[in-house]
Design a protein around this ligand. Structure first.
Ligand SMILES: [Zn+2]
Length: 107
């Protein structure tokens, strides 16, 4: 088992007497981290929401990235502020596996 950077035994080996001490130190460490990062960084709810949003963008069929067989561009649909369905093209993501489908400009 890997030793902690401070040279103390790994968490699993801490005996009951040291547990309270360790708890206090862990709290202090979190406090230090909070000093360097935004509080949101620790907000599980926010992180989960972000994750869900990304998953949605990737998996929702309307927004799935597609590669045009004819012009070789990566494209997908997106909704603008007026909920209008528009097309956008991407320079990135070229190495990702994706559906091959003619873009609306080539159909
Ligand atoms: Zn095309």
């Amino acid at each position: 088992m890997k030793k902690r950077p401070d040279g103390k035994n790994p968490e699993g080996r801490i005996n009951r007497e040291n547990e309270e001490k360790y708890g206090l130190r862990a709290k202090a460490e979190i406090k230090t981290l909070r000093y360097y990062f935004e509080d949101d960084w620790f907000d599980d709810h926010t992180i989960n929401k972000m994750y869900a949003k990304n998953r949605h963008d990737i998996t929702h069929s309307a927004y799935t990235l597609k590669k045009c067989i004819k012009c070789n561009r990566i494209w997908n649909y997106y909704l603008n502020n007026n909920k209008k369905k528009l097309i956008q093209y991407w320079d990135s993501f070229k190495n990702l596996p994706m559906l091959k489908e003619d873009c609306p400009e080539c159909i």
